[in-house]
Each structure stands twice: as C-alpha cells, then as structure tokens.
Design a protein around this ligand. Sequence first.
Ligand code: ARG
Length: 586
Amino acid sequence: MNSIIQTLTAIVSDAFASCGFDPALGNVGVSDRLDLCQFQCNGAFAGAKLYRKAPFMIAEQVADVLKENPVFAKAECVRPGFLNLSVTDEFLKEQGEALMADPFLGIPQAEKPETIVLDYGGPNVAKPLHIGHLRSAIIGESLKRIARSTGRTVQGDVHLGDWGLQMGLVIAELSERCPEWRCFAEDFNPEKDEVPALEASELNEIYPFASKRSKTDEAFSQKAHICTYELQNGRAGYYALWKEILRASIADMKQNYEKLGVDFDLWYGESDADKYIPELMEILTGKGLLRESDGAMVVDVAEESDKAPMPPVIIRKSDNSSIYATTDLATIIQREKDFHPERIWYVVDKRQELHFTQVFRCAKKAGIVPEETDLAHLGFGTMNGSDGKPYKTRDGGVMRLSDLIATVTDAAKEKLTASEFVSEADHNEIAEKVGIAALKFGDLINQPTRDYVFDLDKFLSFEGKTGTYLLYTVTRINSILKKAGLDETSPLSLHSVYTDAERELWLNLLLTGGVFQRALDEKSPSHVCENAYQLATLFSRFYHDNHIMAEEDEAKKETWLCLCRFVRTVLLKHLDVLGIESVEHM
Ligand code: ARG
C-alpha cells in the first residue's frame, strides 16, 4: 500500500500544481508539533525563491485548495509560510483499515528482486565465542530480518574463521599431547583410519594454551605454522582432524547462537574460499594488478583523494601463504558465482575498516564484482563496562558468550517475582527470554557504530527504552484480549477514532513502514527500537486514559479492542525484526 505520507504528498503536490507551482514542492512530512497539526509541508519556502513571492502567499493559495478536500480536517497557512495539515478521523480510520488489511503492515516492498549476502557472526573455529562476537551476531541478525521484511532476499553467512593459524596451533598442540593418534602419522589412511571424537570444552582449553605457548616457544610456533601450511596443502591426517575440530566447535557455536535467537543460512568458512584462490590469482595477474614487494605479492589500492595513507593489500606472503584479505577476495568470487548479489554487507568490528576498504577496492579494480555491486562494511563499536573500557570478566578476562547469557538470565530471574509464574520451569524459561531480550534491545537501541555501556540494571528495567518494557507491553495486551475472550481471528472492526491517544497511535502505526525502510537504508536497527518504544509508550497512554473493559458503548469498545490487537501485531513485528522473542506472560 501507499504510505499515508505518499498519499498526502500526492494530494498536496496536485494542489501546488493547480495553483501554477511546481508539484515537487508538495512534500509532506509528519509535524514536529503534534499539538498544532499532524502533518506539515514546507514547500512554500523553496517556492518563494523560485517564484519571487512571499512564502505565505504561496502557502495561502495552496491551503485554499486543500481546504476543499474532504481528507483534511485542517489545512492552514501559518506565517511565515508553513502549511499545517490534519486529516479527518474518517480518513485516519480508512487508512487504518487499509493498513490492517496489508500483509506487509505498510512496510514498503522492494520494487525489483534484490539479493543481499550478509556476512555476520564471524566466529573462529576452536576458539570459544566471546562477547566480541555478540554485536556482530545481534546486529547482523536484525539487519537480515529487516531486509527480509522489505521483500529482499538475504543470505546470512556465518563466515567461519576455519583456515588460519589457529587451526595449526590446535593441531600442533594435539600432536604433542596425543602423538599416538593415527592422524599424525605420515601414512594416515582416510579410508580406514579414524580420528577420536573431540569436545568443544577441550578445544576451549587447548586453543588459548597453544596460542600462549607459541608466543614464548619458538620451536612450537614454527611447528604450528608448518601444520597450518600442511593442512592447507591437503595433508590427509591433518585434514581429517580439522574436520573433527570443526564438527565439535560448530556444534558448540550453534547452541550459543540458538540461545541468542541468531541463525545462519550458510555455514561457509574461510576454507570454502580456498578453491577460488587460483582463480583470484589468475584474474589479478591477468589484469596486471599484482606487484612484488619484499618477496610478497601485493595490489595497490591507494587513490588520489585518500587523506590517510592507504597501504597496498597483501595477497600472498613471502612464505607463499594466503592471508585474510586473500580469503575475503576469494569469498567474493564465490558469492558472485553462487548468488550474483546486489549487495554484500559485512557486519564486523569497526577496527577492521582498513582491511575492508582495501578488499573492496581490490575487488572492484579486479572486476570480480560489477562496478554497481554495493560492498559495505558496517563497522560496529564496542560493548564497554561501566569503566568505559571493553567489558571484561571480574578477573579481567574476556567474557565468554555462554557466561554472558547465563549472567543476563540470572539477573532477569531475580527481577521477575517468582509468584507470578506457573512453575519453576516457566520462571526459568521466561527469565531466559527476558534476559536475552534485554541484552539484545540494549545493544540494538544504539547506533551500531557507537560504543555503549553494558548496564544490566538499566537493560532490565520495566521502564524506559528497554526490551523488558516492550515484552511487558505485549503481555499487557495479551491479558486484555484474553479477558475479552478474543484471539487473532475474532472478527473486530473499527467504528471511528475517538480520542487523541488513538489519533497518535494511528499516526505511529501508519508511519511504521517508513521507519523499517529507514532502518534498512541507514543499516541501523536502532530506528526500529526507537519506534517500538514510541508505540509502546503511546499504547500505555491510551490504555491508561481509557477503561476499555468497562466501556459501555459497544462500538467504542470494539474499536479499542481492535486497536489493541493491531498494536500487538505491529509491536510483535518490531520484536521479530529485532530478533527478540516475545513471552505470553511475565
Ligand atoms: N573471523 C574474523 C575475526 O574474528 C571475522 C570475520 C569477518 N568476516 C569477514 N568476511 N572478514 O576477526
């Protein structure tokens, strides 16, 4: 459906045209003074310059035309030249009915098919997920859902770090702890030899140990490099062991991601890009882009307009190994082949900005994606502790994601009074959902590029811009509908618009689709969070002002219940695209 803004803009543009002015002046926006009017148009100011007339003369002429239109309850010119507009309740109701009938809830749908590959999560195999992975997962999941709500196809790819030195470190360490394993033997036979099963908890201990060891033990570090090289060059025993490390590690990751309500369409990793590296080298060589530098092969990506130095991107190191940028470029070849996407977006820590600038420039120079493909890095800031430094555990370590989830769940459990729950199991389940909602909303409400402070007390508050408040609002509506004996399918109609609180609610509901679009355009779920909060607040006011259940006028009561139910539908849509699960009661 056309948005109310589009509909009104069309009417006002026609009015400008009928007065002999440029219809492009008729852009309508929401009023920032809802006490004066609902919408406004400031086109007369631009018109004044164009036609050398005082703005109010233009606005007055246009207002006179608009006054004749039954859509407006008010259309007036206010000096020095604003057009203040309010629509009739009848029109608002019609718009509301159209919105309720729209399966997309007014969210503008992409005009032509569009595919986005969304690279988020980015965990590393054999390393436990920690809070550094939290933001990528939360923000990426939400962007995926927002883009899908606008009719776009999104392929969410976890892009595992599964091919680098960390694999060599784990293999080298295991080879010393368990030298008798067949996978370390030169004559390992993949047909009949087996690799023992590993546990994620073992890997979580081995990797940090090996990583630390390699910093002081030169021989071990050498060995890890050799293991990495041999793995990448197809040594069968290492490859079989690597497969097992991957299996154990991914099973563990999936559990954590599932708790967070994050899921991926593709579980590709850096290793999957390996087979595209020869093609990448061919393209770069063919285009004459590679040059040697200190034994390494690099591509220059500096541009004249660069204000800061832009180093060349290293494609192949002097020891012949490929690095991060090589893998990312090869992955772009893979994505182009598989999906020919219009956009590839990367939700990765903003500290990796230079890397992505280099990779994108190189990809465009080499023509591995068309010039018009939108390659974008959505760099996000850090989650800090109350000291303003990256959030740490009590003993100063990096917090594991599983521990963070346990912390928020415990805090939510304490906050929710036990007596309200049917059973202990019910209490636990709801506490986990509330805790995760609080955590996710507390993150997403911030513009992604900004750092923010992890403040569990604030996140879990029943008041203010919190996930808890939103879940609570939904449960309040649930209980109203339950009392009234209504469900999703009960027939309910709107009869009119009775109060200011309803008018404001309808305005919010009618403008919601535009907010989703803006969140996508700016790649910032924060707009959806803000809008959800506004909607919940308006609802609370409406609910507080009107005694729905006690209302004797049947038409009024039905209208209000209908509105309640639709507010819930729209609130749930907000939560859904934020990746937040709602609860029935709390
Ligand atoms: N594994 C990487 C890291 O831990 C993040 C991967 C991000 N995605 C990418 N295509 N580079 O830093």
